[in-house]
Write a protein that binds this ligand. Structure first.
Ligand SMILES: [Zn+2]
Length: 452
């Protein structure tokens, strides 16, 4: 069954490329609400064309989810999570080829969203088509959840997952994207960090004042930086918010072993960043543990008063900071938000307003899930190299809705991108070779996972 499907994919490379070009030429910019609903309709139609039953499910306050399923009467079900929205293409003058042109140059396809994440949507659908056309069925039951606001933080997506728990039951989830590194190795991960993004607003007088008044009026900028200073110890890089580390789970022996086998490329990373060393002079396994298993407390933005050219002797009426905490299992974003609020009140800063701007919990899948060896073995066969494997990534996303809320093993790293694909950046592109390899990989995963 698998050989026939692989052959079909090989013979239809040109058509498969055209199918992807069709989708990437349609803008679907969630941040600007441009073309999003039209794209949902296109994705639904593309699913139906390969034999997947599809519904457009409205999500309260957000963009619809395209839900697909193909029940082949198999014992196992594989769910694909993707998103059909893309980042805005700006700045337009930095693109060498039009962002929604879908042009091919030197063996690469250029388009906003081609690596993140439309290339993967189409690759997965084409793998299904290859089975349906050659065997009339698929080796594993399939579900698709393709959301339309991942690029703006999946703000309402949790409502869909919470409401549709029963429909989403499956044996494994394949996450949206993946890319090959400099040496051609795909990078596979099994979880990600969460995020609690807050804004602090500190207010003083009802207007900016002549700075001579600083002698008798409190300065909100000073007040804000003092409040911020209570939140972090720089010597140890520890967050000082009470109870912040209570729920942090350390890595297991197996996870440590995995990180030891796939260390951070320290020299390369430092060279890229123009730095001489990492925080706290960390190296080796301690660096990996800090990166993947420790939560953070980061000032992302800080503004107040006059910041233009020259001098302006003014005392600002207000000061603001944006802070993000990257969270690890088993912390939760809402709990951390409450802890930060309590911390500020306890230190005498109850007057500083605090808002929660966005939040996602962390999630981790078991490394013992049956899908894990399937992904790794099929990656070796497809790419002819040993994949890079890490227990989780340091980024965030709605993965916790699947591996934490629904308890389904969720694997990231199956995809059509490579290290220069430039997701979110001008000239986003994928190599055609990676697109076709990505389809092959999905065909093999479906066949192997269905064998049980
Ligand atoms: Zn993205």
């Amino acid at each position: 069954m698998v050989e026939k499907a692989l052959n079909y994919a090989k013979q239809h490379e040109e058509q498969f490329l055209e199918d992807l070009r069709y989708l990437v030429r349609q803008p679907s910019i969630a941040a600007q609400d441009k073309g999003v609903k039209e794209t949902a309709e296109m994705v639904k139609k593309m699913m139906e064309d390969v034999g997947v039953q599809a519904d457009i499910v409205p999500v309260e306050g957000g963009q619809p989810v395209v839900y697909g399923h193909l029940d082949a009467g198999r014992s196992r079900t594989l769910l694909f999570y993707d998103h059909y929205d893309v980042q805005p293409p700006e700045p337009l003058d930095e693109w060498s080829h039009p962002p929604f042109g879908g042009e091919v140059h030197d063996g690469s396809l250029y388009a906003r969203g081609v690596s993140d994440n439309k290339g993967n949507i189409v690759a997965r659908l084409k793998a299904i088509e290859a089975f349906i056309k050659t065997a009339g069925t698929v080796p594993v039951n399939i579900k698709f959840v393709i959301e339309g606001e991942e690029e703006i933080g999946s703000v309402n997506f949790h409502k869909f997952v919470e409401a549709e728990r029963a429909r989403l039951a499956s044996d494994a989830v394949i996450w949206e994207s993946g890319s090959r590194d400099v040496s051609g190795r795909p990078t596979i991960t099994f979880g990600n960090k969460g995020i609690c993004y807050i804004q602090l607003d500190c207010r003083g007088a009802n207007q900016d004042l002549h700075s001579s008044r600083a002698a008798i009026v409190e300065n909100p900028a000073w007040r804000l930086v003092q409040a911020l200073a209570t939140m972090k110890d720089l010597e140890t890089d520890r967050c000082l918010v009470g109870g912040f580390y209570d729920d942090v789970l350390p890595p297991t022996a197996r996870e440590i072993e995995m990180m030891e086998k796939n260390p951070v490329d320290e020299k390369e990373t430092l060279a890229q960043l123009g730095l001489r060393g990492f925080l706290l002079e960390l190296t080796g396994i301690e660096l990996s543990k800090k990166l993947l298993y420790q939560p953070t407390c980061t000032i992302c933005g800080l503004w107040s008063g006059y910041t233009g050219q020259g001098t302006k002797t003014v005392m600002p009426k207000e000061a603001h900071a944006k802070i993000d905490h990257r969270l690890v299992p088993n912390q939760t974003a809402l709990d951390i938000f409450e802890k930060v609020k309590r911390h500020l009140a306890k230190h005498g800063f109850a007057d500083i307003q605090i808002q929660l701007l966005s939040h996602e919990d962390p999630g981790q899948s078991s490394l013992d899930a049956p899908i894990v060896p399937v992904i790794l073995e099929t990656a070796r066969t497809t790419y002819g190299v040993e994949p890079v494997v890490n227990p989780r990534s340091a980024g965030s996303g709605p993965m916790y809705l699947f591996n934490r809320l629904l308890g389904i093993a969720t694997i990231s790293g199956v995809g059509v991108g490579y290290y220069k694909s430039g997701a979110h950046a001008p000239d986003e592109h994928i190599r055609l070779e990676d697109y076709h390899k990505g389809i092959e990989h999905v065909i093999r995963i479906m066949a192997e996972f269905g064998k049980a």
